[in-house]
Every structure is written in C-alpha cells, then in structure tokens.
Design a binder for this molecule. Structure first.
Ligand SMILES: [Fe+2]
Length: 296
C-alpha cells in the first residue's frame, strides 16, 4: 500500500486489482454521488427539523438523539432512490452492473466530544471489514455528506496492510451477529455490550491516512484495510455514506485482498444485490463462503 489514485481513468478491472493490493482511489463528486448526498441531506434535515444537524447534539438529550438516528438511518438505507443513485454511481465509475453487486448504503454519524459513540452511532475501533465476515474481494465506498476536516474523518492504518494483528475475529459469525445484536443498536447509548471483533494486541494507529475530499467525493478501499473512526473533537458531527461492492467474477475465482489474519466464520455474501436487477448472488456461490460457526 503506497498510492492514492485521484480521479484515475483506469478500468474497473485494473482498479479492483490495485485495491486488492492496498491502494486507495479517490474520485471527485459526480452527478450520482451528489444526488445520493442531496437525498441524505434532505432526510437528515427532516429528522432534525430546525436544528443544524452537525451541532444538534448540543441541543437534545442523547436518548432523543439516538432515537432520531434510529428513525433516520433505516429511512435512508431503504429509500428507493438510494439504490438508484448507487447504480448510477457504479455506472459512472465504469463498473459492469451485470457483474457488480452492492449492499444498501449506510448513513453514519460520528458525534463530537464522545457524546454518542455506541450503538446507532458506533465509533469504530480499528478493524478490517474482513473480520466481520466480509469476503476478501469486498470494496468499501465512502462519501462525506457535509464538508469535513481531518478531525472528523475516518482513518486508514497502512502499517497493517501486510502485517497480521492478533484479533478476536474467530468469535465472529455474521449470522449469529444478525440474530443477536444488530437490531438493537439504538439501545446501546451509554455502553455497547455487543461482541465485535477487535485487535488483541496494541495497535499503532500512526502513520494513518485520512482522506478529506469535498462533499460527494468518493473514497474506495479494500475491506481488508485496517480502518477506524477518528475520535471527533471538532464540535461538529460527521455524517457520511458508505456502501460495499463485490465483483461476481472475483467472487467466483476467490480473488481479492490476501487474508493475513481473519478467522471469522459465516459470510455477508447474501447482502449484495446485482447492479442491474437487485438479484442476490447465486446460492451455491454464497454457500462456498458461508463457513459454519466454530462450536463453543
Ligand atoms: Fe469498516
């Protein structure tokens, strides 16, 4: 990992290959990414009413803030327009929609001053998505909704691209997580008791890379990158969109970033929807990735 490619003109295939080698791609805002941002802003505005969403945390009890997000986030995730914008965005980026699968976009919030860092606004500790049952070919797409600065962005930790970390991913199985933990995120306000895979040794967060792009800019990185939420002390909350993609051929051929330390079981493969008609991946392909939970 040594390069950030900005507004690169390479093909989707060449881009995927470089992403699997740890490189980062950043693109300027496009009509589709801006459309997705406009939709998110509209829903955020409706949720917070007259309050400025970036500072609303200073004007409401944390329970009310968590409840507001609990209503807002599913609205964005399941909004029919949000999938359409992603389809357009993938097309703009040269992806073959027949062979590109995506999951529904998430709306993330990183509040300031440790106001709410659990549950519905979880501040992610350093992790690889591949510790959370994502396939090695998963790519993450990340888009800021309002202007951000370094202090409220997300961080990548390049030191660990090729270096394994002792971690608890062996305890994680996606199906088990969905059953037990996922749907009560908003209840975790003061603390978060959900078991998540994490490093079991000290992690050197520096050097780190934080990509700060204008609103609607798109950062793409491998799900195997170690990344975390930057502890936000800026006095303004960060709102961002992210979603993930998987390429069909890479999934079939088991291509992707090398797996250096992930031991989780299960798979997120059932979450991805085909770019053309939102069909799921074939069941037999999902089954190849769906390793059974370790009995304990
Ligand atoms: Fe992540």
């Amino acid at each position: 990992m040594n390069t950030v490619l900005f507004d690169s003109g390479v093909s989707d295939e060449a881009r995927r290959q470089q992403l699997y080698e740890g490189q980062l791609f950043v693109y300027s805002a496009t009509p589709a990414s801006s459309g997705l941002v406009t939709l998110a802003r509209q829903l955020i505005r409706e949720a917070f009413g007259t309050l400025d969403p970036e500072t609303a945390q200073y004007h409401m009890p944390v329970e009310q803030y968590a409840a507001t997000l609990a209503e807002l986030k599913p609205k964005f995730i399941h909004h029919p327009e949000s999938k359409k914008f992603i389809q357009s965005l993938l097309k703009e980026r040269g992806c073959d929609l027949e062979r590109t699968y995506f999951d529904v976009p998430r709306l993330r919030t990183a509040t300031s001053d440790d106001y709410l860092t659990t549950g519905i606004a979880y501040a992610f500790h350093p992790h690889r998505d591949t510790w959370y049952s994502a396939p090695q070919c998963q790519l993450n797409w990340w888009i800021p909704i309002y202007d951000i600065e370094s202090g409220r962005s997300m961080a990548l930790h390049p030191r660990y691209w090729a270096q394994p970390i002792r971690n608890s991913s062996h305890l994680y199985n996606y199906a088990e997580w969905n059953e037990k933990s996922r749907f009560n995120a908003a209840q975790h306000i003061k603390s978060d008791s959900r078991v998540q895979p994490r490093a079991e040794e000290p992690v050197e967060l520096d050097p780190q890379i934080r990509v700060v792009s204008p609103v609607g800019g798109v950062l793409i990185f491998s799900g195997a990158q170690l990344h975390s939420t930057v502890p936000n002390m800026t006095g303004r909350a960060r709102f961002s969109i992210d979603f993930r993609t998987v390429n069909f051929d890479d999934a079939v051929e088991m291509r992707g970033a090398p797996n250096i330390d992930s031991k989780c079981t299960g798979t997120t493969m059932n979450d991805y929807l085909r770019g053309t008609d939102l069909a799921h991946l074939p069941q037999e392909l999902i089954a190849r990735y769906d390793t059974p939970p370790v009995s304990r």
